[in-house]
Design a protein around this ligand. Structure first.
Ligand code: HPA
Length: 293
């Protein structure tokens, strides 16, 4: 991007690009009129895509068929949108996301949230794989995000603001809806699932952190670390979409254990918590929609 004029073009054009993506999704949905428009969406992170298989009567749309959609290249991210029924509810599930480390801008990684907003989604549930920094966490733990620290060096709202999406300076004092968190904690208790709350630090990646970086993150108040989520949350809040986010602690962070971190471990732990996260989402999603009505 060379100039303010380029940036302005990009930012203002985003609305049109999101509309054309939403139009293509609506056209696909029209094959199954019983589905209607999705009220709620869920982003399924690394190795956590299985929940989409719970949706009935679904329409599956590869990201490659949706204009302007960023395509994930990382293993464990299928790159398709599955829209289907969970009981009476129509849910849009994104199996996989694009990250900044794949070469996308922060704005591009969050573009799918713009499209979900155009489709009428008012509630967004985000899942991710994260490294555990809080020593009380164990590999496989599920942690609700109560807040975040953006260390990605970028913000998806950089550049001119499009007032059709939201205000120039969106408030982030309750980025992760308190009521949604209460609902999720109650649901987890009823299901016998251990669910904690913590603060997520977002780094650009793709290299994992050094032990010194993890000590720094602990000092500034982070409980877990990952490479995603924050741009999506900022864009969702910009549009007035309420957010619940859940990290799966797929590994303890660098320096907190003997050994090395690798993506296979991240995917293996994701697979291990598959049933737990599916039952949590199945119980929480309808409760969040009722809360929003
Ligand atoms: N660091 C950053 N991102 C991650 C990690 C980690 O340890 N595990 C899963 N995503």
């Amino acid at each position: 991007m060379n100039s303010y004029a380029d940036a302005k073009h990009l930012a203002l054009d985003e609305f049109t690009r999101a509309e054309s993506a939403a139009l293509v999704i609506r056209m696909q949905l029209s094959q199954k009129p019983q589905l209607g428009a999705p009220e709620i969406a869920v982003v399924l992170g690394s190795g956590l895509g299985a929940f989409a298989e719970e949706l009935k009567d679904s329409v599956v749309i590869p990201y490659g068929d949706i204009p302007n959609f960023p395509r994930p290249t990382a293993i464990g991210h299928a790159g398709r949108m599955v829209i289907g029924k969970l009981g009476d509810l129509t849910v849009a599930a994104m199996q996989g996301r694009a990250h900044q480390y794949e070469g996308y801008s922060s704005r591009e990684t969050a573009f799918p949230v713009r499209v979900l907003g155009q489709l009428g989604v008012k509630t967004l549930v985000i899942t991710n794989a994260a490294g555990g920094i809080n020593p009380d966490y164990k590999k496989g733990a599920l942690v609700l995000l109560s807040d975040h620290i953006n260390l990605q060096g970028s913000n998806p709202l950089n550049g001119p603001n499009d007032d059709r999406f939201g205000v120039r300076f969106p408030d982030m004092s309750e980025a992760y809806c308190r009521n949604y968190r209460r609902i999720a904690l109650n649901a987890a208790r009823q299901l016998g699932i251990e669910l904690q709350e913590g603060i997520y630090a977002a780094l650009p990646g793709p290299s994992y952190e050094t032990p010194a970086e993890i000590r720094y993150l602990r000092t500034i108040g982070a409980d877990m670390v990952g490479m995603s989520t924050v741009p999506e949350v900022i864009v969702a809040r910009h549009m007035g979409i309420n957010v619940l986010a859940i990290s799966c602690v797929t590994n303890m962070a660098a320096g907190l254990f003997e050994g090395h971190i690798n993506h296979d471990e991240v995917l293996e732990t994701g697979a291990r918590v598959r049933d737990t996260i599916c039952s949590l989402l199945t119980s929480v999603l309808p409760a969040l929609v009722s809360e929003s009505k």
